[in-house]
Write a protein that binds this ligand. Sequence first.
Ligand SMILES: Nc1nc2c(c(=O)[nH]1)N[C@H]1C(S)=C(S)[C@@H](COP(=O)(O)O)O[C@H]1N2
Ligand SMILES: [Mo]
Length: 258
Amino acid sequence: MNPNMTDRRRFLRRAFGAAATLLVGGCDRLNETSWFPKVLGTGEVLSRQVHKALLPRKSMAQEFTEADLSPHFRSNGTANPDNEVYQALAAKNFSEWSLQVDGLVERPRRFSLAQLRALPGRTQITRHDCVEGWSAIGKWSGVPLAEILAAVRPAATAKYVVFHCADPMESDGSSPYYESIDMDDAYHPQTILAYDLNDSPLPVANGAPLRLRVERQLGYKQAKYLMRMELADSLENIYGGKGGYWEDSNGYQWYAGI
Ligand SMILES: Nc1nc2c(c(=O)[nH]1)N[C@H]1C(S)=C(S)[C@@H](COP(=O)(O)O)O[C@H]1N2
Ligand SMILES: [Mo]
């Protein structure tokens, strides 16, 4: 352990008392395991754990102004889904696309793009942070996820919202990209299903026709190419069981708080 680390622990213990002591102990064990992603340094892991436990989940992500917008919002991961159904929908400018919402809800239904645009909307200028080490500031408009949930009425047993995407990630088609969040994040005011980027319809490279923005988490949680949203009480039986494509395949953390 380096001296910095010791100072930091002392500070955290002083600042947060017993809760931090417990967490600091937990972080040691976390860092020793080989499956833990090597993306973050020990200090970052530590602060992330403390942040997660002690700061309210309701806090807002920072919002920026038009002057802060990145000149170009780059694309990462899939840039154009290799999926016949998706390509046919894109060819018709997504006029026949709809978002299927099902699982643990009272009123399963589909929403066309026109229906989503007719719901109350929200616009936010936020910074996207990718684990690969780049950031970009973009202006997102979309429908708060809370609006959709109000329409479909989640069952009391629903704990997660699972986002199923159009892009296949394995050549045998066994797993598409997918992600999931809990109900705290689902009802957060900055959690939106975005249909516009920088005042224009979402480009295919950035997830057309609809993508998730869950602003207090890292880039890989921001699922693009949404096809289906499923309410579930457990993530165990969904694909690899860890709640997301990168969580299943590379050990990325499920809660990717910034
Ligand atoms: N469906 C889908 N969603 C995805 C990805 C992907 O490959 N497929 N990549 C993720 C990652 S790692 C990042 S950083 C962002 C990139 O979003 P952008 O292409 O708009 O920059 O999308 C996330 N959501
Ligand atoms: Mo990313």
